[in-house]
Design a protein around this ligand. Sequence first.
Ligand SMILES: C[S@@+](CC[C@H](N)C(=O)[O-])C[C@H]1O[C@@H](n2cnc3c(N)ncnc32)[C@H](O)[C@@H]1O
Length: 546
Amino acid sequence: MNFYKSAALALDHLEKNQGSVKGSLAAAGIKSTPGEGKRILALVIETLKYKPTLLQLLLTVPLQSLEKPTFPKRSPRGSPSSQSLILVLLHDLLFSSKRKIEASDLWPPKQSIVKHQTRLKAELVKIQIKSGKSRITDLAKSSNASSEAIRYIRYNPNSGRSLPNLHNELSKLGFMKLDKPKYPLGEKEYFMDEHLGDVLLCFNGGVDWWNKSDWYDGGGVILQDKASCLPAKVLMWGWRGEEEGECIDATAAPGNKTSFVSALMDNKGKLHAFERSPNRYKTLTRMLEKAHCKNVVAQRADFLESDPESREYRKVTRILLDPSCSGSGIVNRLDYLLEDDVEESDSKTERLEKLASFQLQMILHAFKFQSAKRIVYSTCSIHPEEDERVVLSALQSKIAKENGWKLAPREQVIPTWDRRGRKEEMGGDEDLAQGVIRCLPEDRTNGFFVSCFIRDDPSGISIKSQISNVQKQKREEGKSSKNGKRPREEVESNIEDVTNERIEEEVDEQEQEQESQVTKEKTLAQLERNRRKKAAQKAKKRKVEE
Ligand SMILES: C[S@@+](CC[C@H](N)C(=O)[O-])C[C@H]1O[C@@H](n2cnc3c(N)ncnc32)[C@H](O)[C@@H]1O
């Protein structure tokens, strides 16, 4: 197939299904040699970068209606849409290094476009001047920078400043608060986000008022993408306050989600934050200080090495897991997507497999925390290998079944968010797919994935594993009683829930049974010894008599 048609088909597929560019090529059934494959991928990525400008250009030079016979409204089956074909051809004519369409001059689509090239180039210059760009290549941008892009700012109540004061400050700066969303937003307009309306402010992508404001320097506002705010919101759904327990952020740096969870906890109680990397740990502590987080206990440590049965985490009821991922959802990293996609497919698959296996390991570790009843798993990846498939594997694990973990229903996971998981990646289960969230650039966010595991009551833990927990606790207690550090009374006062008490009783019974068994065995041994002694005495007496 013609190189441009293949790229246009991949664009169509991307538009419809999202996912990776390479995946779209494969899904669109495009067969190519390795070299040609790379060329097609590069063209698709480059076209995506210039797409907002190209669409703007097509408003003034409507090629599709000017050249109807070549670019019909409905394309024949198996052919790309006219719009995608026009976009890839325009890209090469206007932005490629050779500034030309590399196809035969007799090919009708090329002829239909080249015939308008003078007008196209003149209109492009106008767009360039209007947008104040010095070079034509500066028109390439991430979708984040498009005129419809939104800059999200999260209000941070931990700072001690109030939201009404922030609105006042913005009003002084000439901003007008709108009652409902508007796209594109004017430079002096903003509105409160429809899903995170109590904290998230939405501005035009081009503004930067915070640069000159102590609201930013003083930690009163935090720059955070909307998608990245969702995991904390889902985690803290229905939080009843300190009485409910403590939380963990297992993979905390740089700390945006940590500081949001901290704020949702009213900066009270305890939030344990783990970060494995020494450098990122430093960033985390700086960030937490700036965000005035007083309830976070940060540690430079590997979450996988934490002991889920330790007393330190006994009160942890909610855990946030936002582990390292491929980052394929970060929209202002289209180049990254290109690099990622031109990797040899084997190494990419291998990399995703490794990431997915690490991600699964993190979830399974979190499942072991005794009092945990809500675990949020999120990634900034759009690959199902790191998203739905990891969630499904976690649900099918032995530990999930033993410990009663299931997926939270849609009602608990921002139900008003429309884009849900992919059913085909969730074993065809619609309810499971509805339980998770996907975010895409069309939603004016980064690509993102959020899921939430729950269990009604940790007493759902299998009796066997609870018995082993209590036995372990008793062994610890025995050890520390000897060194006088943790008397039995202290341990007992910490056994809070009824189930634990029941299990403890069960363990006591077992131990008593074992003890009485020992006593019984002791008695039998004594009887046996006595019997043998008497028999020996009798034998000796008989010998003497003989
Ligand atoms: C995607 S980032 C987390 C971003 C963070 N949640 C935020 O919103 O600011 C993943 C972080 O987890 C850390 N990490 C990865 N594996 C870890 C582990 N086993 N224990 C603790 N931290 C880990 C990485 O060093 C990285 O800083």
